[in-house]
Design a protein around this ligand. Structure first.
Ligand SMILES: C[S@@+](CC[C@H](N)C(=O)[O-])C[C@H]1O[C@@H](n2cnc3c(N)ncnc32)[C@H](O)[C@@H]1O
Length: 384
């Protein structure tokens, strides 16, 4: 696609965000201590007050939240003038530490953008025109400092791929713009009515359509009518970032982590795990040595379990917010999990909870498997 055509398409998408603001309410899931916890596990080296880039900063809710977590410099970039105005107003209390640039990603010069310890690209890559994605990944790869961390969110797997196909077919059938929302919803309803009366295909497609119909109008507009909507593959992103020495570490979401001893192996495993599922992922990439093994002694840790009960085989835990249970047979590992239930702990306290007289290698292996199983998650032990 010619760059002038792409620039006009980007501007049109930006005007869509001017008219219908996307303004999420944030929780702790993107907090620096979580993101940087995963990065230090893989050898990331954040300074005490990291500089942060929010690429596609929208109305500034993430900039505002992160500005309370670092005394570093924060830069937001977004094409929507309205969104940038709101972001700048929201971040005014932080003075010149926060800078919001109203630009098309396509028009950015990587040499003047600067270098960052943390880059966030949340809710953006999968709604961009595909021709822009490679350029955005190049910019993100180039702007990360050594030891820096990048988080990208995207949909994965067959279920959301079916939603992407649905959105494409709706986009072709109804007029663009927010006036098209009722027609788009009616179009999906008509497709549902036309499904075969029974069978597994019907159930799956109805679930696909229901998921899109249940979106609030704001999100529905941006995912169905304004620009694109695609699923992405973790291995694709890892390949695009690897020329910059940036590799996939793992998922920020405290769920079972993909196995593998290199970024490439982990990314391919991530895709294999995700194909059959419906996920919205927050993947963390770190500018690191590709062979970096997770070192469980570097971060602090928090529990992701909600309940524990004794059972014949050991202690039973439930992963928070999930219908997933795990049984821990090793009493020392259970002691660590129980200690973490009281609050996050640094490595030294975990060693103490584990108890003396057993090899540290067993603790390291046990902690890594609790993390891989989604029972615990790393936290950044900010120092200095
Ligand atoms: C779904 S919103 C997400 C905003 C924010 N990250 C959040 O999570 O609230 C996508 C954002 O990407 C911005 N965007 C889309 N295309 C862009 C482009 N070509 N250059 C810069 N920003 C763009 C939009 O203006 C919009 O604010």
């Amino acid at each position: 696609m010619e760059s002038s055509v792409l620039a006009e398409l980007n501007a049109e998408i930006g005007r869509g965000y001017d008219r219908i603001a996307y303004d999420p309410v944030l929780d702790a899931s993107l907090d620096l201590e979580r993101l940087l916890g995963l990065s230090v596990l893989f050898g990331g080296t954040p300074p005490r007050d990291p500089d942060v880039l929010d690429f596609g900063s929208g109305t500034g809710s993430l900039l505002e939240r992160l500005a309370t977590q670092t005394q570093g410099r924060l830069t937001g970039v977004d094409i929507s003038a309205q969104a940038c105005e709101r972001a700048a107003a929201r971040c005014r209390p932080f003075g010149s530490r926060v800078n919001v640039l109203c630009r098309d990603f396509l028009a950015l010069d990587p040499d003047t953008l600067g270098q960052f310890d943390v880059a966030c690209h949340i809710g953006v890559l999968y709604v961009l025109p595909p021709a822009l994605r490679a350029e955005v990944l190049r910019l993100l790869g180039r702007c990360l400092k050594p030891g820096g961390a990048l988080v990208i969110s995207y949909y994965t797997g067959a279920f959301h791929a079916a939603r992407a196909a649905l959105h494409r077919s709706v986009r072709e059938a109804v007029s663009p713009g927010e006036a098209g929302i009722p027609a788009a919803r009616a179009h999906i309803e008509a497709m549902a009515q036309a499904l075969p009366p029974a069978g597994p295909l019907r159930d799956m497609l109805l679930a696909v359509m229901r998921t899109t119909q249940e979106l609030p109008d704001t999100v529905f507009f941006h995912e169905v009518l304004n620009g694109r909507f695609d699923t992405l593959e973790t291995a694709q992103l890892d390949s695009a970032l690897s020329p910059f020495g940036v590799g996939f570490a793992g998922w920020l979401d405290p769920l079972a982590q993909p196995p593998g001893s290199t970024p490439r192996e982990r990314a391919v495993a991530a895709d294999a795990l995700d194909y059959a599922a419906a996920r919205y992922r927050h993947a963390v990439f770190v500018r690191m040595d590709a062979g970096a093994r997770p070192d469980v002694a570097r971060p602090a840790w928090r529990s992701c379990c909600v309940a524990a009960a004794p059972s014949a085989e050991g202690r039973r835990y439930q992963l928070r917010g999930q219908d997933v249970h795990l049984t821990v047979h090793q009493p020392r590992a259970a002691a660590v999990l129980d200690a973490l239930a009281q609050g996050p702990l640094p490595w030294e306290s975990i060693v103490a909870a584990w108890g003396h007289g057993a090899p540290e290698s067993a603790l390291r292996a046990g902690l890594e498997s609790l993390w891989r199983g989604g029972a615990i998650a790393p936290l950044w032990p900010r120092q200095g």
